[in-house]
Design a protein around this ligand. Structure first.
Ligand SMILES: [Cu+2]
Length: 168
């Protein structure tokens, strides 16, 4: 009986802990944004949340994902500024792509979400360009293990807004 009580106590503690955690942590503070476990999801979808803000920053510079699973990635602009001034997108490039050249040409392509026609084939996946308060969710699958660059290709953002996606 004593053992059972302990189990109950632990369960209650766990529930309290989780709900407290939910209240305290807003979506933008995301220790588990890149969940790589797909335990309960039957489709084995991996969810990733990344945010961009008015300080021209992504909240992560490294994302780890498993190869071969569907990745559902959400980019959320947690700032307030307009898309024309502080627009953000999230672009994932194939390994070997010249990121600076891509971003430089992308900056001149506002009509195609800053994806340059010349670099289209180097894009694994990308979101649309967002202004403050907006979000976009995309799905993609990485078929080859490796390290992939990601960036925001809005004009002049890539120096501050880039990182690595590691697929393994
Ligand atoms: Cu940006």
């Amino acid at each position: 009986m004593k053992g059972l009580n302990t189990v109950f106590a632990l369960a209650i503690t766990a529930v309290m802990f989780v709900s407290c955690g939910d209240k305290k942590q807003d979506a933008k503070v995301t220790p588990e944004g890149a969940q790589t476990e797909a335990t309960t999801d039957k489709k084995e979808t991996v969810r990733v949340l990344i945010t961009g803000d008015d300080q021209m920053k992504f909240n992560k510079t490294e994302i780890k994902v498993p190869v071969g699973k569907t990745i559902k990635l959400t980019l959320k602009h947690v700032g307030k500024m307009d898309k024309a001034v502080m627009g953000h997108n999230w672009v994932l490039l194939k390994p070997g792509t010249d990121l600076t050249a891509f971003a430089t040409e992308g900056a001149q392509s506002p009509d195609t979400d800053y994806i340059p026609a010349s670099g289209k084939d180097n894009v694994v996946a990308h979101t649309k360009t967002l202004g403050g308060g907006e979000s976009d969710t995309i799905e993609f699958t990485i078929t080859e293990a490796g390290t992939y660059d990601f960036l925001c290709s809005f004009p002049a953002h890539f120096a501050m807004m880039q990182g690595k996606l590691i697929a393994e």
